[in-house]
Design a protein around this ligand. Structure first.
Ligand SMILES: [Zn+2]
Ligand SMILES: [Zn+2]
Length: 273
């Protein structure tokens, strides 16, 4: 009983904890190794199932982020938004059976990214949840109590064929982002980009040994407008900023990138093939 109360208290803390101010720190201790092996590249579909921005009016919005990544072999849920009811509602609207998800990746500990996890696991616990290794034991025991498995991520790690984690980069809070080796090139997906969006993209280029980036998608965490030019300089071809990017920077990207700006929000489907 006491454990339950402590667990509930901790979860309440998460749901009340949202993405705060970004403080970029010096590089962490992530290791670099060759990845993206092989010449075959994946056809990928990205589907927004949780965001405060809306593309399809039939979907519900709420502060947070959640995207389904479909490869030819598996379905990965990256972040669960702040509320499982809205997450599951939106998944149903997009005809995504929660049971079709076999892996969940949580970018960082804030409630607007992992608040929907517990409710999701009640629908489907036959998943492996990839969490930053800095997560407290309360989260790990919540996952195992629901009957699911977890894998801790510290350095860069393979999540699935063509899909890799950057490993947790220092924030605060520590956060992992995803890198996908798609047919069109490197895709980087960020939850809230607390470690700094440009730093994350540079790390992803370093890990993947790519000179350019096909697409950067997700929350960019209220960066200064100067990052729009930095994105050009580091070779980012297309952008899909959402969640915590901020309207001003989002509009700035829209002006600079034109047809290479993708309006991302709940209900958006991006097919990369
Ligand atoms: Zn956050
Ligand atoms: Zn966030």
């Amino acid at each position: 009983m006491k454990t339950q109360i402590v667990l509930l208290g901790t979860l309440f803390l998460f749901s009340g904890s949202f993405c705060g101010t970004n403080t970029e720190k010096a590089n962490g201790t992530e290791r670099t190794s060759p990845i993206f092996e092989g010449t075959e590249k994946a056809e990928i579909t990205l589907i927004s199932v949780f965001d405060n921005y809306q593309v399809n009016p039939e979907m519900k919005t709420w502060w947070g982020f959640g995207t389904v990544i479909k490869t030819s072999e598996e379905n990965i849920l990256f972040d669960t938004g702040g509320n499982s009811e809205i997450l599951l509602f939106n998944m149903q609207k997009m005809h995504i059976d929660p049971k079709s998800i076999n892996k969940v990746v949580i970018s960082h500990i804030h409630g607007d990214h992992m608040g929907g996890l517990e409710g999701f696991l009640e629908e489907n616990n036959e998943v492996t949840v990839f969490i930053p290794s800095s997560f407290p034991n309360s989260v790990k025991s919540m996952i195992t109590n629901k009957g699911a498995k977890y894998e801790e991520v510290s350095g860069y790690k393979k999540v699935a064929d063509f899909v890799y984690s950057t490993g947790e980069l220092s924030g605060p809070p520590n956060e992992q982002s995803l890198m996908i080796n798609s047919k069109k090139g490197l895709i980087v997906i960020t939850g809230c980009a607390h470690p700094g969006i440009v730093r994350i993209v540079k790390k992803a280029k370093e890990f993947s040994k790519k000179d350019s980036v096909y697409l950067v998608l997700g929350g960019f965490h209220h960066p200064p407008k100067s990052i729009i030019q930095e994105f050009r300089e580091i070779g980012v071809e297309k952008v899909a900023p959402s969640h915590c990017t901020g309207d001003a920077v989002r509009d700035g990207f829209k002006k600079e990138y034109g047809s290479d700006f993708i309006e991302y929000g709940v209900g958006k489907i991006i097919e990369v093939n």
